[in-house]
Design a protein around this ligand. Structure first.
Ligand SMILES: [Ca+2]
Length: 329
């Protein structure tokens, strides 16, 4: 695709150009379901977001922890208590497991072994062992450790509250500024070890767009589940596309599979009435065609979901998407 500009200059007839582009893109392996199964967590992911992790079982979590750390792993067997406490506290169980893994060295630290302290609670830099709180059992360590953490760090009036995510927790919880990144990374790895079944909530629902290039590029072609068909706008500048899920649905991930005529600046938008539209507060910027997974970082609950396009890369007179997919993960 490095010669996009010269192709574009040479072939000014839109239809001929798009036929060529279609052939090239069909040959590209961009429709990869397996790679999309895991959730990517960041330091800004809401730890209270349970969408997509609500059905994780203790056994699945144990398997994931064992896969990541097959031996010398004191956390194996604690999957069920992680799942139970996550449900009680309204937290992501992968966060609890990842926090325990990071702080306790996968269940090998002295305070884990002798004090049942999984999260380093009370273990300050000046007295990592003697100040650490002691609990009567591993289960109590999980339950009471998370009670304190939820109360002080993950409740809006908590004394160390700086947001419901690892970036905020790191302010007071740990002097190590890599703490937040380490835990987010373990959460992502654990997620990748747990099979996820989720449904594309907009698949084959009604879809609408601000324009269409022609009969072969209807709005519904961007949510028909077929990588060989696509919606294409007539013109660039501001254009919009959205799907109607029929009723309010909860979701936290949007995947867009852009054709070569991608939007380089766009926003993912939500609405319940098609008059008032909301977004997550930031534009998406991309610089090449392909599949993009957008984790919202929170659970959105709306009936309509779509994309507002502002600017193309300049080579084509339209925007085009193979598919837009919406998931709760
Ligand atoms: Ca399609």
């Amino acid at each position: 695709m490095s010669n996009k500009a010269s192709i574009s200059a040479y072939l000014n007839v839109c239809v001929r150009l798009l036929i060529i582009v279609s052939i090239v893109m069909i040959a590209s392996p961009i429709f990869d379901h397996a790679a999309l199964a895991a959730t990517t967590y960041t330091i800004d992911s809401y730890l209270t977001d349970r969408s997509g992790v609500d059905s994780i079982t203790g056994a699945q979590l144990d398997t994931a922890m064992r896969t990541m750390r097959p031996s010398n792993n004191g956390l194996i067997g604690l999957g069920q208590i992680f799942v139970d406490v996550a449900r009680e506290k309204g937290l992501n169980p992968l966060y609890i497991a990842a926090h325990a893994a990071w702080e306790s060295g996968w269940g090998t630290s002295a305070i884990f072994i002798y004090k049942n302290n999984l999260f380093g609670y009370g273990a300050y830099d000046r007295c990592p062992y003697s100040c650490a709180l002691k609990f009567s059992s591993k289960a109590d360590g999980v339950r009471y450790g998370m009670t304190y953490i939820k109360r002080d760090y993950l409740t809006s009036n908590g004394k160390y509250y700086h947001g419901l995510y690892l970036r905020g927790m790191n302010v007071h919880y740990a002097t190590d500024q890599n703490w937040k990144n380490g835990i987010a990374s373990i959460m992502t790895s654990l997620s990748s070890k747990i099979p996820v079944t989720s449904t594309n909530l907009v698949l084959k629902k009604s879809a609408f767009s601000s324009s269409v290039q022609g009969f072969g590029y209807l709005a519904t072609y961007a949510n028909d589940g077929n990588i060989g068909t696509r919606w294409s706008s007539r013109g660039t500048g501001f254009q919009s596309w959205y799907a109607d899920m029929g009723s309010s649905q909860s979701f936290n991930q949007v995947v867009i599979r852009w054709e070569t005529a991608y939007a380089k600046k766009y926003a993912i938008v939500f609405s319940n009435d098609r008059s008032n539209w909301y977004w997550r507060g930031n534009y998406e910027y991309i610089s090449s065609a392909g599949a993009y997974t957008h984790n919202l970082g929170f659970t959105a609950t709306y009936r309509y979901v779509g994309v507002w396009m502002y600017e193309g890369p300049g080579n084509y007179g339209n925007y085009s998407m193979y598919e837009m997919e919406v998931y709760r993960r």
